[in-house]
Design a protein around this ligand. Structure first.
Ligand code: ATP
Length: 349
């Protein structure tokens, strides 16, 4: 399920042609991106693609080397992190080890010189919101990883920042806990309506959590869109391959694949490959428009379904899934088959 947070269509943050160099190394090039108020934007990309660098530029922890950053229409390029006042949750939890849970959460409020009564109220509210009631007086080392991450979230949200920046906050957690924390983050986002900018290299995490995803590679922005936009309509081969399994077929220059005529999608002109996600490919039935002869190389039994590994006449590999329920018997290895797909489920790359 996607985040159902209400996304007002007001631009809150804008990056205009932002670049960042470390010495001669271009960590980011020409990033232009608008972030709407209240949205859950994930920055997704492989290791070293520049996600964290972009987050630190947004937060004001590093200076841009070119371009501008705007907050609600005001040029914030030169502002310090304090002037921007965004909340930040890091990979490690960065809690103060000598302070209790309540003191950790209270810390930013004390810095802001809020009254004692206000601080006590807000801390109680935050402790409850992140499900840590009863743990107020514990030190971080007496907490589990998930609980420590909740404290970090509560601390970052305590002073009601307009924007919360999160850098792979769940990467240290095991898979189950990670799933739980993702759910909690979705709930917090829904309840608070704060803008979340979330760095991850985990495709599933980004698809499940975000209202939009910005995909980075080698310091360049590849595509920005809703999860189904970027998954179903990737802008290029990198995005197509990065976001999940994909079948890639070489086009043979005469609007076909390996000599078989194929209906091509609208964007095919000038591009050399056709991409179809495995879940959109099936064994052909009579009347299917796009049919491509293949040979079954292997069949991997996965319980409720099987994964078929296929080879085209040009020797390219394909994959599709077959339900193991009622229906015709599964084909044997070596069988000559035909696969089909609908033209709207294919895109050229
Ligand atoms: P990861 O998922 O591994 O954190 P990332 O996409 O967040 O990757 P960044 O941390 O933004 O990537 O790094 C982008 C590139 O910039 C990397 O090649 C990194 O080595 C380089 N880099 C980042 N910070 C600095 C720095 N302070 N000095 C020099 N190079 C840096």
């Amino acid at each position: 399920m996607k985040s159902e947070a209400i996304v007002a269509n007001t631009t809150q943050i804008e990056a205009r042609s932002v670049g960042k160099k470390f010495g001669k190394f271009h960590a980011l090039r020409d990033i232009s991106l608008e972030i709407a108020e209240g949205e859950f934007l994930s920055l997704l990309g492989p290791s070293g693609s520049g996600k964290t660098t972009f987050l630190t530029l947004l937060g004001g922890y590093e200076n841009t080397t070119s371009g501008q950053l705007f907050l609600e229409g005001q040029d914030m390029t030169g502002w310090t992190a304090n002037q921007r006042g965004f909340g930040m949750v890091f990979q490690g939890y960065a809690l103060f080890p000598h302070l209790t849970v309540a003191e950790n959460i209270a810390f930013p409020l004390k810095v802001q010189k809020r009254s004692k009564a206000q601080i006590a109220d807000r801390v109680a509210q935050m402790v409850e919101m992140v499900g840590l009631s009863g743990h107020e007086n514990k030190k971080p080392k007496a907490l589990s990883g998930g609980q420590q991450q909740r404290v970090a979230l509560a601390r970052a949200l305590a002073y009601e920042p307009k924007v919360l920046l999160l850098d792979e906050p769940f990467s240290a957690l095991d898979k189950n806990l990670r799933g739980q924390m993702q759910e909690e983050l979705r709930r917090l986002h829904r309840e608070l309506g704060t803008t979340f900018v979330f760095v991850t290299h985990d495709q599933e995490e980004a698809l499940a959590l975000s209202s939009r995803i910005a995909i980075f590679n080698h310091g360049e922005l590849q595509q920005v869109g809703t999860p189904d936009d970027v998954y179903e309509r990737p802008a290029n081969r990198f995005t197509a391959e990065f976001l999940g399994d994909i079948n890639i077929l070489s086009l043979d220059g005469t609007s076909g694949v390996a000599g078989t005529p194929i209906k091509l999608p609208g964007n095919a002109a000038g591009l050399g490959h056709l991409a179809v996600r495995p879940e959109h490919m099936r064994l052909a039935a009579e009347g299917d428009a796009n049919q491509l002869p293949v040979r079954l190389r292997d069949r991997v039994y996965l319980g409720s379904k099987s994964r078929l590994l296929l080879e085209t006449q040009a020797g390219e590999e394909l994959m599709l899934y077959l339900d193991n329920g009622a229906g015709p018997a599964a084909p044997q290895t070596g069988a000559e088959l035909r696969v089909a797909w609908d033209v709207q489920d294919s895109f050229a790359v």
